[in-house]
Design a binder for this molecule. Structure first.
Ligand code: KIV
Ligand code: ZN
Length: 515
């Protein structure tokens, strides 16, 4: 078999953002997009421009910034959606409009209230309209995994005739099984008469944990684009994860005779950045990017790896961006060493101002912590670009008194929209006391759904990384905070979540919103 190219289409900024609580600001989206570009992702789906003014601006900002990847905007098969996508993508070096309509009996009947012929007409009209803005048009038959194959062949043929260059076959509800999904792809390529005029793509959800398996089965049967997300983020159980797809293909070249353009050394830093921005922690045993993915606990395994790495490792940790150089910098390290190490880790600063800000954070941390590990550096960088001036709440000061046999008490000063306010409260522990004091000042009426602390590196001087999940009126957000003092980390995480709630733009979710 000859070596083929597999197109990697990343939808972290669109489907990934549809994970409840994973909303991102415009600036955060641009940062992630730049990392994806650096990683050499072929297509970046930047959002759904018609969904809200915030989504429109974010797609536009990504389109105006990214030069080496195609930037894609999602649209339903509606004129206003396509117009918004066309407008938002105007500044892109390479732009794609991705238009979709549901094709399964249940979606057509219950959601769209349309006959199959009407759905086909809408699809054709939408593709022709999208072609007025860009040459690169992708059509998705939503819920293709549960669609009648005969109808799917017809609509795909019509979509290609109308000008779609990429045909995406989504398993929208994660229902299919690899051998069935592979068969569906094979049949499409055989039975659609003009199939050779388009690239076939897949977009698999992970409801049964089969998203990566289904995507790879589709590749083996002719799909040449896979849609995926960093850390497998996405609606419900998420999408196929980019890191797993890329490394499966690279590691098992005997099975998948193809390659991607991806520079895999950026995978771990990008995974960290996405986790930090969305507040979704990466589970320790997650393939490729989990912190245990290359850890060997049992003596037999450790012994084997020392003798020969390949005994228990099928990939090299460095190839996906894990560093073997664990202890890197300390209090006496200079700006150049700091910048150089970050460059080795895949981070290049856009401006001197960003470098100075990050270096200042590094110095502050080095004052409290003897050894600065790569994990600490990655965290420093992911905090550097945050825009404090856009935040409603800022933590100015906190003081906690916690004594054996006494009720802990906290005093907190916040800046709320420019005004400093101070409050005190007691709680069942120091963290609870701080949260009570913040609530006294903010009265957010949110519900704390999750609180968790993780040490970033080893040792008692490690930074603690706190994640909180807050819920209000059905909206859910995650907040993140890190510090060597876990009470301060906790306060930061809570305030981060409050800021996200306060700046949250209500987004609509296209799949469940009519056509
Ligand atoms: O899951 C899905 O069907 C989608 C489409 C919009 C491609 O996200
Ligand atoms: Zn999806």
């Amino acid at each position: 078999m000859s070596q083929e190219s597999l197109i990697i289409f990343d939808t972290t900024l669109r489907d990934g953002e549809q994970s409840p609580g994973a909303s991102m600001t415009l600036e955060e989206k641009v940062r992630i997009a730049k990392m994806l570009e650096k990683m050499k992702v072929d297509v970046i789906e930047a959002g759904f421009p018609v969904a809200s003014p915030g989504d429109f601006k974010a797609v536009k900002a990504v389109a105006d910034t990214i030069k080496d990847s195609t930037v894609c905007g999602l649209s339903r098969a509606l004129d206003k959606d396509i117009e918004a996508a066309g407008e938002a993508l105007k500044g892109a070096t390479a732009a794609r409009i991705h238009t979709f309509i549901a094709t399964s009996p249940i979606h057509m009947r219950e959601k769209l209230n349309m006959q199959p012929e009407q759905v086909l007409d809408h699809a054709v009209r939408a593709i022709k309209k999208a072609r007025q803005y860009v040459d690169d048009v992708e059509f998705s038959a939503e819920d293709a995994g549960r669609s009648e194959p005969e109808f799917l062949y017809r609509i795909v043929e019509a979509a290609i005739d109308a000008g779609a260059r990429t045909i995406n076959i989504p398993d929208t509800v994660g229902y299919t099984i690899p051998h069935q999904f592979g068969e569906l792809m094979k049949n499409l390529l055989e039975k659609v008469p003009n199939a050779d005029k388009a690239i076939f793509s897949v977009h698999c959800h992970n409801d049964l944990g089969l998203a990566v398996g289904n995507s790879l089965a589709a590749f083996l049967n002719g799909a040449r684009q896979i849609e995926c997300t960093i850390n497998g983020l996405g609606e419900r159980a998420g999408n196929a994860s980019l890191e797993e797809i890329v490394m499966a293909v690279r590691t098992r070249q005997d099975v998948f005779p193809c390659d991607t353009r991806i520079d895999a050394t950026h995978i771990v830093p990008t995974s960290r950045l996405v986790s930090r921005i969305t507040g979704f922690p990466v589970q320790p045993n997650k393939a490729v990017v989990g912190k245990n993915a290359f850890a060997h606990e049992s003596g037999i395994h450790q012994d084997g790896v020392i003798k020969s790495r390949e005994t228990y490792e099928i990939m090299r940790a460095q190839d996906v961006g894990w560093s073997d150089n664990k202890m890197v910098l300390g209090k006496h390290s200079g700006r150049n060493a700091f910048k150089t190490r970050l460059k080795e880790l895949g981070f290049v600063f856009d401006t001197d101002d960003q470098l100075n800000q990050a270096f200042q954070r590094f110095k502050n941390l080095a004052d409290r912590k003897h050894e600065i590990f790569d994990e600490d550096l990655l965290l420093i960088v992911s905090q550097t670009h945050e825009n404090p001036e856009e935040n409603t709440y800022e933590l100015i000061y906190s003081e906690v008194c916690s004594e054996t046999g006494e009720t802990p008490n906290a005093r907190v000063t916040l800046k709320i929209e420019g005004q400093e306010v101070t409050g005190s409260a007691s709680g069942s522990g120091p963290v609870d006391a701080v949260y009570q004091a913040i609530e006294l000042l903010v009265n957010s009426q949110t519900e704390l759904k999750l609180y968790s602390v993780n040490n970033i590196t080893r040792g008692t001087d490690s930074q603690g990384e706190v994640t909180v999940q807050l819920q209000k009126n059905g909206e859910m957000v995650y907040g993140h905070g890190a510090h060597t003092d876990i009470v301060i980390a906790s306060a930061r995480a809570y305030i981060d979540a409050l800021n996200k709630l306060s700046s949250m733009i209500k987004r609509s979710h296209p799949q469940y919103d009519g056509i």
